[in-house]
Design a protein around this ligand. Structure first.
Ligand code: NAD
Length: 286
């Protein structure tokens, strides 16, 4: 049978998660997605009404099919973690079983196992604030949604990730170089995610022969990136300064994820793979 992938962090057709879904589907994988609870309704409605039909088209002319969409909020591990105000929130009350542990249980019940786990989500409520102005609450929220969410996902999915499987997340170069504007502790969150990629590669590799890698992606005008407020400047900077002076397409990141998930990458684990037109290799702007 073909491989089965669970992609956490798809809520429209503009982000990296969507592009990864398309590339994996084009390579023959079955696609399951986890969608942030507050975004679920509009995503499902838009899909149903055909709003994404143009971008669902795969290279062979067929359409991306998502076998099942799971509501997910990756900052909560199990129902005991969910505060009353969230439980009572009407956007949440309409869905059930959306904590990480419950989603993993549902996927197990529905499908038994998966081969590929993708984490394509991040959130930093104070991302527009410089680190020096970031509150403890904002910083910890960024780490919770953008870094620990990955530890938790892998932890809960590892029992149903088939040996030989692959796990991938998305990171950004602000983890290792100064990118003014990527604030609120998001740079710290990406540094944690990259470090965790190495430690998790060791633990998941020894435990279940699972590979763990992260893609350091260049700038893309996604919904999340627009919220940061500097995405156009970053895209201009990249086309002015990167070795490859072209726009980065989300598909290029999708294809790198498919490569990393495939047997072609069978000896690659614990790696940060740059898919950024080479911008990371520059030492000065030109
Ligand atoms: P996106 O908006 O398509 O994806 C982010 C997703 O995270 C959204 O679907 C959102 O609903 C979801 N999300 C937020 N909080 C969540 C939670 N608590 N539980 C579950 N889902 C939640 O934007 P994107 O830019 O494609 O982001 C995907 C990944 O790519 C992120 O890790 C991001 O940091 C990374 N990345 C993006 C860029 C860029 O320029 N866009 C560059 C490098 C890395």
């Amino acid at each position: 049978r073909g491989k089965r992938a669970f992609i956490a962090g798809v809520a429209d057709d503009n982000g990296y998660g969507w592009a990864i879904a398309k590339s994996l589907a084009a390579a023959g994988a079955e696609i399951l997605v986890g969608t942030w609870v507050p975004a679920l309704n509009i995503f499902e409605t838009s899909l149903r009404r055909g709003k994404f039909d143009e971008s669902r088209v795969l290279p062979d002319g067929s359409m991306l099919e998502i076998t099942k969409i799971y509501p997910l909020d990756a900052v909560f591990d199990n129902p005991e973690d969910v505060p009353e105000e969230i439980k009572a929130n009407k956007r949440y009350a309409g869905s059930s079983k959306w904590t990480v542990q419950e989603v993993a249980e549902s996927v197990k019940q529905d499908f038994g196992s998966i081969d590929i786990l993708v984490h394509s989500l991040a959130n930093g409520p104070e991302v527009t604030k410089p680190l020096l102005e970031t509150s403890r609450k904002g910083y910890l929220a960024a780490i919770s949604a953008s870094s620990y969410s990955y530890v938790s996902l892998l932890k809960h999915f590892i029992p149903i990730l088939n040996p030989g499987g692959s796990s991938i997340s998305l990171t950004y170069i602000a983890s290792e170089k100064i990118i003014p504007g990527y604030g609120g502790g998001m740079s710290s969150a990406k540094a944690a995610l990259e470090s965790d990629t190495r430690v998790l590669a060791f633990e998941a590799g020894r435990k279940r022969r699972i590979r763990v890698n992260t893609i350091s992606a260049g700038p893309l005008r996604s919904r999340a990136a627009k919220a940061i407020g500097f995405i156009d400047m970053m895209m201009d900077y990249s086309s002015a300064n990167a070795p490859l002076q072209k726009e980065l397409s989300a598909d290029e990141v999708g294809n790198a994820a498919t490569f990393l998930a495939s047997p072609l990458a069978s000896a690659i684990t614990g790696a940060v793979i740059y898919v950024d037109n080479g911008l990371n290799a520059m030492g000065v702007g030109v």
